[in-house]
Design a binder for this molecule. Structure first.
Ligand code: BGC
Length: 447
């Protein structure tokens, strides 16, 4: 057996998000978010599931920390729920909303686990959505105020911050495809949201610098890798449009100060455009310290007139699939990482999410999720190849520490290293948990 070695200071971790794990939806003054509303709207979430209880992590800090400690990770990525801190989105601060995070952060540090904090993982306060949400520019200021409050509360304890998780999901998936809260189907609204969240990101980074908050700040776009089905000019162009709309649309404004021209002219030819205000691109491109990258899947793309917005179709038949029916494409992970470095330069990267849904059952106290191990193995090897190719990757976080509320799919799609029984909330480490423990403790992968 051959092994490959990761850099000495490489960080291994796991990731979660507030609405997916916390529960305690009405406790200690928490306000409603767009996900409370969406989940309680008939037919939006499978089986009518909600995050009301989720993994009950709000009441189980010690259990969750023990799981992290025994897993041997050095970093834990979680998100803060804006509606706990400002129940109405702005205005009156709810100090109790910070207490849970303070205890979590203090206990993580006491256990030598670095807290890696996301400010926005999709739970916009409903009160702001009632005023137009991210389509309304005034939400930007509300976000910056919320971010400042959290920076002051945890300055010196948290050393790495993420402004936004997955801007493509916040904008296109939620406002054009309608699959996530608030469930709109309007491309112009989605482009407005995309622009406003990027401005909110940039202004937050500026405030972070102005306030001299300790540590580093970045954001976490989701990436996918599409390969042209053939070298025909039609397939190549369709693929450029798909990769451009997913990857470049959210990377180039921040890292190059511009939207990709291919896409702006494409959208304009269809009657849609970005609505700029003076100075927006300077704000958006305020330099960041690191890039968080989430990667799950990819596909082949073929030209298909009229099939979708980009005249393209996905050809997926030759890929093995996870239990979410997502293509397994580990080489795509390598391609994305090397492409980012080649296109945007040597910005440090943390893999802030990578993982897979597999529905292995709990039997005799064990969950044998070999398929997840194999998925992680192949992706971590692709990651190692990218490091060896010179991409400055500093850490890797599995999605997710535990099975949780998988958005529109409720509790039906488990991604965890730890199994959750959603009746009893009992936590049972899976085979992949022990496998990952080996990797994190040895800093070596057997290949
Ligand atoms: C999100 C997570 C989600 C995971 C699996 C990412 O898009 O950041 O919240 O659970 O993928 O779908």
């Amino acid at each position: 057996m051959t092994t490959v070695q990761f850099p000495n200071d490489f960080k291994w971790g796991t990731a979660t998000a507030a609405y997916q794990i916390e529960g305690a939806f009405e406790e200690d003054g928490r306000g409603a978010s767009i996900w409370d509303t969406f989940a309680k709207t008939p037919d939006k979430v499978l089986n009518g599931d909600t995050g009301d209880v989720a993994c009950d992590s709000y009441h189980r800090i010690d259990d969750d920390i023990r799981l992290l400690k025994e897993l041997g990770v050095s970093v834990y990525r979680f998100s803060i729920a804006w509606p706990r801190v400002y129940p109405q989105g702005r205005g009156e601060l709810n100090p109790l909303g910070l207490t849970y995070y303070e205890e979590l952060i203090d206990k993580l540090i006491a256990n030598d686990i670095e807290p890696f904090v996301t400010l926005y993982h999709w739970d916009l306060p409903q009160a702001l959505q009632d005023e137009g949400g991210w389509e309304n520019r005034s939400t930007i200021d509300a976000f910056v105020t919320y971010a400042e409050t959290v920076f002051h509360a945890f300055n010196g304890k948290v050393k790495r911050w993420i402004t936004l998780n997955e801007p493509w999901c916040i904008s296109i998936l939620s406002n054009y495809m309608g699959a996530h809260a608030p469930g709109k189907q309007d491309l112009q609204a989605a482009l407005d949201v995309a622009h406003h969240i990027l401005v909110a990101h940039g202004l937050t980074v500026k405030r972070f610098r102005e306030l001299s908050i300790e540590g580093e700040i970045g954001y976490a776009p989701n990436t996918e890798w599409r390969t042209a089905y053939s070298s025909s000019p039609e397939d190549v162009r369709a693929t450029q449009l798909r990769n451009g709309s997913f990857n470049e649309w959210f990377l180039s404004p921040v890292l190059k100060g511009e939207y990709p021209e291919l896409l702006t002219s494409w959208y304009e030819s269809k009657g849609y455009k970005v609505k700029f205000e003076p100075g927006d691109m300077d704000i958006i491109s305020e330099p960041i310290d690191f890039l968080g990258i989430n990667y799950y899947t990819g596909s082949f793309i073929r030209y298909a007139e009229g099939n979708d917005l980009y005249n393209s179709e996905e050809i997926s038949s030759s890929f093995a699939k996870t239990d979410f029916d997502w293509n397994i494409y580990a080489d795509g992970f390598y391609n994305v990482l090397t492409w980012i470095s080649a296109t945007y330069g040597q910005i440090p990267i943390y893999i802030t999410e990578n993982g897979a849904c597999y529905e292995a059952e709990l039997q005799d106290g064990k969950v044998n999720d070999e398929a997840r191990i194999s998925f992680l193995h192949d992706h971590i090897m692709a990651l190692h190849r990218a490091i060896e190719s010179g991409v400055p990757i500093k850490g890797y976080m599995v999605w997710s520490l535990m099975d949780n509320f998988e958005w529109a799919f409720g509790y039906s799609k488990p991604f965890g290293l730890v199994h959750i029984d959603f009746e009893t909330l009992a936590r049972t480490p899976k085979a992949s948990y022990y496998w990952y423990n080996q990797l994190a403790s040895s800093n070596q992968l057997e290949i």
